[in-house]
Structures are given as C-alpha cells and as structure tokens.
Ligand binder design. Structure first.
Ligand code: PGA
Length: 235
C-alpha cells in the first residue's frame, strides 16, 4: 500500500502559503510520486488549490453531523462533496477538547461523510482509553455497504503539538490492538489505513512510516522550512 502523508493545517495558512506549497509539489512531484499526499487546509483555502499533481488530494478538517438545516456556521458533508475535497478529518482531539465534540457526534459525522463519498480520517487516542469508541468506528465502517475506505489516525493527545512523538513501541502496540479487532473481518472491497499523528517531523518520519500506513502532520506542515525538511526526507 502506498504510504499516506496527511497535512493538517489547522487554523493556519493563507493564499500565499497555498501557492508556495503548490509550487514546491510541482517542483518535486516526480521524486515524491510513491506517496499519497492529502492536504487539509481551512475551508476557505480549498478553492485556491489548482493544478495539483496526481498524487495530491485535498481534505477538510471537520463537517457537520447533520445533513442540512438551521445549524448556523456548520458545513455539511454534501457541501464538501461539491468542492475539490475527497477526505475529511473528524474527531481531532482539539475539536474534542475545545468544542466538546462527543463520540456519538463523530460517529454521525462519519456516516455523513460515507453517504457523500468522502473518505473519513477519524482520529482516535490510546487503545485502552478509547477502546469502545474505536470498536464502534470499526463496526460502522465494516457494517456500512457504502463505506469503501477509512483512515484511522492514532493520535495520543500528549504527543500532539508537544514536540515529543509517541514511542515507536507504543505506536506499534496501539495499532496492533486495532489490527486484532479487524483481523479476518475486512473484505476485499474495503480499504483501511492505520496511520499515526503527533509531533511527526523530519527526524522521525521515516521510522514511523516503517511501522504504519502513513502519518498525520500538524505543525511541521504549517511552517515552510519544516515542511521542506519533511519532503526532502521522503525523497
Ligand atoms: P502535530 O499535530 O504534528 O503538530 O503534533 C498533529 C495533529 O494535530 O494532527
């Protein structure tokens, strides 16, 4: 499976940064063609991306659990489906912490995305803390006829934005417990990627990619020198 490199720009970035990143990718598209890149900027920057190389897709950082109606400030999955975005991050720990998102809402968001053909990137924490939640996400995915692809991002809260990533041992251990649940249950028409996020940088990205299907990168995707360092490491 091609490794996924997902960039979460959070509430950062502007049009100028979009064109810098685009140019960088156009310049380096050949040596980087073995990876699938997914850039998740803020909603308002999505339409500024033009001429992306084939290996780069766009994602959003959130969607509403509702399909439409009087929900001021919300953006539905069907609205996202009409933009150029094919993925959407849901349940990020910052949304759970600052916007008090509940697991039941995140599962409803997942359904909305699946029904609108957008691939969910669902963030989860440590297996022993989020055990039942993780099982519900997986059974939602396995039980839904319409769900063909899911990205599960193991993101321990202590590692996010702290500069200290989880240990390779812990990443492997947490992902192994998820693999145990899905063992033998996944059919050929479903694709599940297990990725890691939390203080991924140019020094640890290669080792982390050796033990999982991809990475979710925040800070190091928002600052140009850190971002270039990551791309150079992938060549
Ligand atoms: P970080 O963020 O790379 O800055 O730790 C990861 C994330 O928020 O998904």
């Amino acid at each position: 499976m091609r490794k996924k490199i997902i960039f979460n720009w959070k509430m950062c970035g502007d049009e100028q940064y979009v064109s810098l990143i685009q140019n960088k990718f156009l310049e380096m598209s050949a040596p980087l063609s073995n990876y699938d890149f997914i850039i998740c900027p803020s909603f308002t920057l999505l339409h500024h991306f033009k001429e992306l190389p084939h290996s780069i897709s766009l994602g959003a950082q959130n969607c509403s659990p509702e399909s439409s109606g009087a929900y001021t400030g919300e953006i539905s999955a069907s609205m996202l489906a009409k933009t150029n975005c094919h993925y959407c991050i849901i349940g990020h720990s910052e949304r759970r912490k600052y916007f008090l998102e509940k697991e039941s809402d995140i599962l409803r968001k997942m359904d909305q995305l699946i029904n609108n053909n957008i691939i969910p990137i669902v963030c989860i924490g440590k297996f022993f803390e989020d055990n039942n939640y993780i099982k519900s996400i997986i059974s939602n995915f396995l039980g839904s006829y319409a769900a063909s692809e899911l990205i599960l991002a193991y993101e321990p809260t202590a590692a996010i934005g702290s500069g200290i990533s989880d240990s390779l041992y812990s990443i492997e251990d947490n992902l192994a417990q998820i693999k145990d649940i899905i063992q033998g249950k996944i059919s050929n028409n479903k694709k599940l990627s297990l990725i890691y996020g939390g203080s991924v940088n140019e020094n640890n990205i290669k080792d982390i990619l050796n033990i999982c299907d991809g990475v979710l990168i925040g800070k190091a995707s928002i600052e140009m020198d850190l971002f270039s360092g990551i791309l150079n490491k992938l060549i």
